[in-house]
Design a protein around this ligand. Structure first.
Ligand code: AMP
Ligand code: GLY
Length: 422
């Protein structure tokens, strides 16, 4: 019997991690990635289609006769790729466009949370600049201003400065006609990735991202500068509360919708000092870089798990997890999270490191080849060095050891990934 053909959509570190996980499945014979990066090019077949070309991607999936399409980023999901694949009977891991609105619209997500009694920050919708001063008085600093647009984590301003909050509010009203001003939640953040369909759900080991660009969690927000899993802030007691107060009600609501949600629900959590969890955001996909530290902890067959979700039968699966720890450090181009300097060559002493009891690998993100075939940086987050070990310290040491052999002029990374747990 010939093996399964899988197409992974996207070109970041998350997609490299997914492609690597799928390639280890004994059921899989071909992994394709669109558009992929230099890392996926070395272990799968890349197709030069941007993730915005939804029709082209559906055609590609048909042409390849795919058994499963796994969608990495939110853009194609919001644009309806899952809806289109389902009309062609191609199993798709990733929700339909209505489900993707949980990420596409922060206002919609907030309304769903409120309707279902899911704990989250209070919010005020502001659609007129004359309401701004009273709203700022009512909420007190730090202020949390959220635009209702897909902005890759960059549509949120958290600030103690009234002038900055006022500017963020008024420019959002000018461009989008309204904006959300949210109550500030204090505590520690964690990410819970839940694989969910109408039959049930499976929570993956909780992880923690590092969203700020600078060490000690300073500077502007980024897509994520590093992550580790499991995150000890999610104790068994916290986990139970997340399941009971957040995942169960969301599963109930999603299962009652006309078209079932089949994919990953990324629950961005704030855990307060009483160990009570609140939802900061939902994403409708795997996290990046959370995926790079989560996939290596799944010890059972990833393809069978994702296929089961795409076919609405996750309740029949019994995924297994290893008791290892994983930690990933993102190497970013000069300038990131502002406009990155790209096109510079990357020198890699090695892509893997194996030590007694621990190992590390490079997850490529913004990498490609130039005309001379040299490995070059092509984006803001260039690659991630991911360590796996029997303790978090071992995982961290392996990740930083591998990273020490990587050179990219002007690049930067955080040296304190995992600091809250270590
Ligand atoms: P979001 O895109 O909604 O995840 O927001 C980006 C980041 O802003 C989050 O990861 C948090 O670090 C921060 N943030 C968002 N909402 C809040 C909130 N209500 N209170 C505190 N921090 C927040
Ligand atoms: N690491 C944050 C995200 O994937 O949205």
């Amino acid at each position: 019997m010939s093996g399964a053909i899988v197409l992974v959509i996207g070109g970041g570190g998350r997609e490299h991690a997914l492609a690597l996980g799928l390639a280890t499945s004994p059921s899989v014979s071909e992994v394709h990635v669109a558009p992929g990066n230099a890392g996926t090019a070395s272990m799968a077949t890349n197709h030069a289609l941007p993730d915005s070309d939804v029709e082209g991607l559906v055609e590609l999936a048909e042409k390849l006769d795919c058994d499963l399409v796994v969608v990495g980023p939110e853009g194609p999901l919001v644009a309806g790729i899952a809806d289109m694949l389902r009309t062609k009977d191609i199993p798709c891991f990733g929700p339909h466009s209505a489900g993707a609105e949980l990420e596409g619209s922060k206002l919609h997500a907030k309304q769903v949370m409120q309707q279902n009694g899911v704990p989250t920050a209070g919010v005020q919708i502001i659609d007129d600049v004359t309401q701004i001063e009273a709203a700022l008085d009512r909420f007190q600093p730090p202020w949390v201003v959220k635009r209702d647009v897909l902005a890759g984590g960059k549509g949120v301003t958290v600030t103690d400065e009234r002038d900055i909050a006022r500017d963020a509010l008024s420019s959002a009203i000018a461009s989008d006609s309204f904006v959300l001003l949210e109550e500030f939640l204090a505590g520690e953040e964690a990410s819970m990735l839940v694989l969910l369909d109408e039959s049930g759900w499976v929570a993956l080991p909780a992880s923690q991202d590092h969203k700020r660009v600078g060490e000690g969690d300073t500077g502007p927000n980024t897509g994520g500068m590093g992550a580790y899993a499991p995150a000890p802030v999610v104790t068994d007691a916290v986990r139970d509360k997340v399941f009971e107060r957040i995942v169960e009600p969301m599963h109930g609501w999603l299962s009652a919708q006309e078209t079932p949600y089949r994919g990953c629900l990324y629950v961005g959590l704030m855990i307060d000092e009483d160990d009570d969890p609140y939802v900061v955001e939902y994403n409708v996909r795997f996290g990046d870089p959370e995926t790079q530290v989560t996939i290596p902890l799944i010890s059972s067959d990833l393809y069978q798990l994702l296929l089961a979700v795409a076919e609405g039968r996750v309740a029949d699966t019994t995924p297994e997890f290893s008791d290892s720890h994983a930690l990933t450090v993102v190497l970013a181009s000069q300038g990131y999270p502002g406009p990155p300097r790209t096109g510079l060559p990357i020198s890699l002493a090695s892509e893997v490191l194996v030590d007694a009891g621990s190992s590390a690998l490079v997850h490529h993100a913004g990498t490609g080849h130039d005309e001379q075939g040299r490995l070059v940086a092509s984006g803001g987050r260039v690659l991630a060095s991911t360590g796996i070990g029997s303790s978090l310290e071992e995982a961290r040491d392996a990740a930083y050891d591998l990273l020490a052999g990587i050179e990219l002029e002007g690049s930067h990374y955080r040296r304190d990934i995992g600091h809250r747990a270590l």
